[in-house]
Structure formats: structure tokens, C-alpha cells
Design a protein around this ligand. Sequence first.
Ligand SMILES: [Cu+2]
Length: 137
Amino acid sequence: MNVRKYLITVMLVLVAAFALADEVKEKRVVATIDADGIQRVEVLGGEYYFDPNVIVVKVNTPVELKVRKAGGIAPHSIVINAPEAGIVFDESLGKEPKTIKFTPTKTGKYPFECTKRLLFFKSHKDRGMHGVIEVVE
Ligand SMILES: [Cu+2]
């Protein structure tokens, strides 16, 4: 077999695999500040996405994320670990909404993800369950 042809085929397959892995559509929400000074955002987690997956919040202003799970039997979580910005939580998602409260103290982009994974399958994160909290001035 022609080695060059083989290598090109392998490369094309790899490129396609990467393209598919990156196929997460951005759903961006810019939080508005309620009359009581709190930024409230509702977040839905499902197979395999977060909606929204880009959450823009204002620094030094309290945030309440109301998180819940869409249908389906797979368990989901929402996890972020950014102590430098005062944003640390690890919650499992249920049908009943849970409220996560924090106040971001530093601007920047802080990734969150679902940490669930079934046996040897791809993690939910790798399947698209990840997002970013963007803290702005
Ligand atoms: Cu998940």
C-alpha cells in the first residue's frame, strides 16, 4: 500500500475528529443586574451541553446561578474551581433547580464543566459539557 496515501488518510481522519470535538456552539448570556443588585442566570445542563455555555458577569457583583438538568437519565454536574476569582462550586444537577451563589472578585475567563463520565466512554466534558464564566469590569 502507498504509505503516503495511508498517512494522508490518517491525517484527514484526525482532522475530522478534532473538528467534531470542537463543534460546540456558543450560547452567550450577558447577565443583567436585578433591582436588588444580584445578577441572576438560569443554566440548563443536558446531553451533552450547557445552555448558556458562556456566562458574562460583572466583577464584584453577587451572582446567583439557577442550575438544573434537562431530561435524560445520565447524571450531570457543574464544577468550577477558580479560587483566585472567588468562584468555586461543585454541584450535581437535578430536575429541581439549585441556586449557586458567589461574587466574582477578579476579571478573566474561568472554565466550568460536567465531570461525569460513564465507564470508559468519553467524558461529558469531551462531549461538549463545558463552558466559561467570563468576569468583566
Ligand atoms: Cu454531564
